[in-house]
Structure formats: structure tokens, C-alpha cells
Design a protein around this ligand. Structure first.
Ligand SMILES: Nc1nc2c(ncn2[C@@H]2O[C@H](COP(=O)(O)OP(=O)(O)OP(=O)(O)O)[C@@H](O)[C@H]2O)c(=O)[nH]1
Ligand SMILES: [Mg+2]
Length: 324
């Protein structure tokens, strides 16, 4: 990569510098990795001060519209907003998130917004590999609120949950259908459910859905200590109730800031990150190491052909990595 931006360029708030830095941390070239690691070390003191907000929901729920409206609402209050996407890149998931910026026409033209489409890293393993580093880069570049979008398909939600402070789930007003989907896993993951499209003829349904979800939360998480997830309604299209949603998020961060909760949460997430990084580095080493490049696909082929057990193949790979 030519003309590598420095930590100082990043701090100056230059959006092009930020984009270049993100490209660097997403690069799989070993030489770039070293530079990226150095850059992250350099900027670490400037990180950690933003609101990291995850936004999820099934395709069509209105994530892009919500982020456009909500982002503009925050910018009108003087905030700088960065939008990142964690794309499971899975053929079954369908619908690409942030594939284009056309769904956020106003936001993408605003100087106080930075929108980063999801990396096109292909199948599997594309999940949020470097989103954590990207979060840190955005913080060093002075963004106050980070909106991290993902589609509602399990794996990527868990990944995003592990890197944000607050997790917002968008839902549509059909309580009857949606209630089926409110599995215990989801209620444990989210800090709020916001029922979008609470406008026009759906207004009544949205209110009903709100009552349903709130009672589901009370039922499933009523006895727990800590933050009590709240259910709200809004219309991303008509831009109503957005301030209420923001007030709730602020309230959450006030709560999180007390009794060392934020530090605790980030410490736990750092441990998770450490484990992920080790796995990721080993995985990339397997694919790029001159010594192993040929051996790995060879073993895959043999396992695939039923000529070798996965256990045996895994053993061989580990012995190749650690010859002693
Ligand atoms: N009535 C109404 N329609 C909305 C609202 N928000 C979004 N929509 C519409 O719902 C459709 C889907 O909205 P998107 O914002 O693209 O939804 P998404 O969740 O980003 O969808 P994917 O990117 O496919 O996952 C669009 O036609 C929007 O105009 C809302 O608050 N009210
Ligand atoms: Mg979208």
C-alpha cells in the first residue's frame, strides 16, 4: 500500500485517511498485517470513548432507513457518526447490508458521517474479522457514535454483540409472527427492541407488539440484575420517536458508566478478542505460510474423499505448525 496514512492523519479526522487505514487492517498480506498491528498500537490511547451501538434485524425491517434517519438526528445534535457493517457473507443470509450507500443518501453526503460498507471477504470467516480494529480506528478519528449494522442471522449477531456496548434489535409490528422468533437467545443478547414502521395503519399493531415484547422481556429477564431491556416504537421513515430512542441509549450509557461496568464489559470483550485473534492468526498462517500452503488443501482433499479422518488431519496440521 502506497502512502500509508499515519496515526496523526487519522487523528486529524481526514475521512480518506480513515478509509485507507481500514483497508490496511482488512488486508491479509503479512506485510500489511505488521503495519496494521503497529498502527493499532499507536492509536490505542485515543480509543474507547465512543458509544458502540449494534443494530440488527431481519432483511427489510428498515435497518438502512433507521441508520440514515437516526444518524442524521445525532449529527444535528453535533455528533460525529460512523456506520460499519458486519456482513455474514453467507449465501443463505441473502440481502447485502450496506452493499451500496444509496439507501443512506443524505447521511452519505454529510461530512460528519463516515460509512464503511462491509468487506467483501467471501464465504465464512468473513464475519467481523477486523471490525474490532475498525471500531478503534473510527474512535481515533473522532467519531462519537458508532452504528454497527448486521442482519439478523445468529452468528453475526453474536459476533457484533461481542464488540459493542449496546445492542439494538429492530422489529416489524407483526407481533403475532415475530413473537415466535423471540427466542431466549435473542432476549439475552439485546438491550432494547425498537419496533420500526410504527406509522400509518401499522401504528396500532406497533403498540400491541410493544406490549407483547415488553412482557416477554419481563417474563424471561425479570428476575435478573442489571439493565432492564426496554421496548420502544419508532418510524424511521417519518423520523418519529428517534429522540426517545437516543435518550434511552444515553440512559444506558449513564448506567454502564457506573460501578466499573463499562470497564468490566470491555475487559471481557478483550478476552474474547484475544481468543478470536489467536484463531484468526493461526487460520491465516495456515493459508499463507509457504511451508503449509500446499499441505493444508491436500489434507482437506483427503478428508473430503474419506481417505483420512478429520482427527488425523487436524493432528498432522498441528504437528506441521509446531514441529516439536
Ligand atoms: N412505513 C415504513 N416503512 C419503512 C420504515 N423504515 C423502512 N421502511 C421501508 O421498508 C423497506 C426496507 O427498508 P430498509 O431500510 O432497506 O431495510 P433493511 O433492514 O436495511 O433491509 P436489508 O438491507 O435488505 O436487510 C423500504 O421500502 C423502506 O422504505 C418505516 O419506518 N415505516
Ligand atoms: Mg439495508
Amino acid at each position: 500500500m502506497g502512502n500509508l496514512p499515519s496515526a496523526a492523519d487519522l487523528r486529524s479526522g481526514d475521512r480518506r485517511a480513515l478509509a485507507k487505514c481500514i483497508t490496511l487492517v482488512e488486508s491479509k498480506r503479512p506485510a500489511d498485517r505488521n503495519l496494521a498491528n503497529q498502527l493499532i498500537e499507536d492509536i490505542l490511547p485515543d480509543t474507547g470513548r465512543s458509544y458502540r451501538v449494534g443494530i440488527s434485524g431481519v432483511p427489510g425491517v428498515g435497518k438502512s432507513t433507521f441508520i440514515e434517519s437516526f444518524g442524521l438526528h445525532l449529527i444535528a445534535q453535533g455528533k460525529k457518526v460512523a456506520v460499519l457493517a458486519v456482513d455474514p457473507s453467507s449465501p443463505v443470509a441473502g440481502g447485502s447490508i450496506l452493499g451500496d450507500k444509496t439507501r443512506m443518501p443524505e447521511l452519505s453526503r454529510t461530512l460528519d458521517a463516515f460509512i464503511r460498507p462491509s468487506p467483501s471477504s467471501g464465504i465464512m470467516g468473513g464475519i467481523a474479522q477486523r471490525t474490532r480494529e475498525t471500531i478503534l480506528l473510527c474512535e481515533a478519528a473522532g467519531y462519537d457514535v458508532l452504528l454497527i449494522e448486521t442482519v439478523g442471522v445468529g452468528q453475526s449477531e453474536v459476533a457484533v454483540h461481542g464488540m459493542v456496548d449496546f445492542f439494538l434489535m429492530l422489529m416489524v409490528p407483526n407481533a403475532g409472527d415475530e413473537l415466535q422468533g423471540i427466542k431466549r437467545g435473542i432476549t439475552e443478547l439485546v438491550d432494547t427492541i425498537v419496533i420500526n414502521k410504527a406509522d400509518g395503519e401499522s401504528l396500532g399493531q406497533a403498540r400491541q407488539a410493544k406490549a407483547y415484547y415488553q412482557s416477554a422481556f419481563n417474563l424471561l429477564r425479570g428476575g435478573e440484575e442489571g439493565w432492564k431491556p426496554r421496548v420502544m416504537t419508532c418510524s424511521a421513515l417519518e423520523r418519529t420517536n428517534l429522540e426517545d430512542v437516543w435518550q434511552m441509549i444515553e440512559e444506558y450509557f449513564d448506567w454502564l458508566g457506573q460501578e466499573g461496568r463499562l470497564a468490566d464489559k470491555r475487559r471481557q470483550q478483550n478476552l474474547l478478542w484475544l481468543h478470536k485473534l489467536v484463531n484468526l492468526e493461526i487460520d491465516q498462517y495456515l493459508k499463507t505460510s509457504e511451508r503449509l500452503k500446499g499441505a493444508y488443501p491436500e489434507l482437506e482433499t483427503r478428508v473430503n474423499a474419506g481417505l483420512m479422518t478429520p482427527f488425523r488431519a487436524a493432528r498432522e496440521i498441528i504437528e506441521m505448525i509446531f514441529p516439536d
